[in-house]
Design a binder for this molecule. Structure first.
Ligand SMILES: Cc1ncc(COP(=O)(O)O)c(C=O)c1O
Length: 408
């Protein structure tokens, strides 16, 4: 059989649908972020990164680097086993304690990524609840969708942030049936937020568990970086908080925080927790240093907030189609895959600015975009350069600029 034929056909489809992934290869220098060097076919060139999810630059913080290096010297670079079989290290246990404290929950459980924590966490929780109905926001991340699918439980997808629709589905299921509402706090592509208190009100009314993904919010929102639920005072109302150590905290790994009975049940049942090597102690130590720093200091949060606000203002004033939201994510909508890719290429090649194009299926067709993420390290000068470059690209591609606006 000609197996190559199948792979080549798949590649043709990816090219046709503009879903073929081309990676930008970066050499980063922690001291120079967001400046980096890009490898090109003919050599290297300088770029400014505008699409990193290391939102606060914590991957380069002296506390995180120091904790990682010191711990690696002492404990090595690998965990050496699964959590059950010699992989539970002091730094992981300390990290779990810090995360439970961060979210004011009894316990936390660390996984190898946020993706894994969602996929295995949701699947395991739903399997533990007989005849569970999972109520899932239509814009939930792929890791949650996969968790819902793998659970084998019945699912009911509600329209994005639509409380009436959610209530209809809850009502139809009745109070007695086990139910879990699965949703996010900050939705990463539009940067909009969910009505957490209102969802919790419905959960109370219809006797449902709440599971929230705070991946794009931890470290960034709340007085101690506990996420959007801390920002709006809803941490205590949520049953399970899931998040990542890889974005605001700048490391790698994911976790669940909840009451001890829930965490204990997941720990002994979740395949994605049991059958894989644990996070290395050095990574856990770095993550704990990052969490602890952001629990005690507002420096990075405030600096990021200021630069996000300025970026939004400058881009809106330049007439660029920025989608409004209350968060740190700055979506600039183009609306078709071809021109979004071209805009990204022109920014990179002509202006040394790296913003990855976001196309279908990550966002719905017709809303293809550039997703810009300012950090505390993007200076006023870099923001002005970004706006000038975007306006030049918009001109080159014949994309419409709005009349200059004052508000962002
Ligand atoms: C909403 C959401 N949840 C979960 C994840 C997965 O997190 P991680 O990157 O730690 O695997 C992502 C990743 O981008 C995400 O956007």
């Amino acid at each position: 059989m000609d197996y190559d034929h199948f792979f080549n056909a798949a590649l043709d489809t990816l090219h046709q649908e503009r879903r073929y992934r081309v990676f930008v290869t970066l050499e980063k220098d922690a001291a120079r972020f967001p400046h980096a060097t890009r490898q090109t076919p003919t050599g290297t060139s300088d770029v400014v990164i505008w699409c990193s999810n290391d939102y606060l630059g914590m991957s380069m913080h002296p506390d995180t680097i120091g904790a990682m290096v010191d711990t690696a010297r002492q404990m090595g670079v690998g965990a050496g086993g699964t959590r059950n079989i010699s992989g539970t290290s002091g730094p992981i246990v300390a990290l779990e304690r810090a995360l439970a404290d961060l979210h004011r929950k009894e316990s936390a459980l660390v996984f190898t990524s946020g993706y894994v924590s969602n996929e295995t966490g949701i699947a395991t929780l739903a399997k533990l609840l007989p005849d569970c109905l999972l109520l899932s926001d239509e814009w939930n991340h792929n890791s949650m969708i996969q968790g819902v699918r793998r659970s084998g439980a019945e699912k009911a997808v509600f329209r994005h942030n639509d409380l009436e629709h959610l209530e209809d589905l809850l009502k139809a299921a009745g109070r007695e049936r086990p139910k879990m509402i699965v949703f996010e706090s900050v939705y990463s592509m539009d940067g909009d937020v969910s009505p957490i208190h209102a969802v919790c009100d419905l959960a109370d009314k219809y006797n449902a568990l709440t599971y929230i993904d705070e991946v794009h919010a931890v470290g960034i929102y709340g007085e101690r970086g506990g996420g959007y639920s801390e920002e709006v005072g809803a941490q205590d109302r949520l049953d399970i908080i899931e998040a990542t150590l890889a974005k605001g905290f700048g490391c790698i790994g994911g976790y669940l925080a909840a009451k001890s009975s829930i965490i204990d049940a997941v720990r002994s049942n979740a395949h994605g927790f049991i059958f894989t090597t644990a996070l290395p102690p050095a990574v856990a130590a770095a993550a704990a240093a990052s969490v602890t720093h952001l629990m005690n200091s507002n420096t990075e949060r405030l600096a990021q907030r200021k630069q996000v606000q300025r970026t939004k203002e400058v881009l809106v004033k330049a007439g660029l189609p920025v989608r409004k939201n209350p968060t740190h994510i700055v979506p600039v909508i183009i609306g078709d895959a071809e021109r979004t890719k071209l805009a990204s290429d022109l920014l990179l090649d002509d202006h040394g600015i790296y913003v990855q194009p976001i196309n279908y299926p990550t966002v719905p067709r017709g809303t293809e975009r550039l997703r810009i993420t300012p950090t505390p390290f993007h200076s006023d000068e870099l923001i002005d350069q970004l706006a000038d470059a975007l306006v030049a690209v918009w001109g080159k591609l014949g994309l419409p600029l709005h009349a200059p606006q004052e508000d962002a």
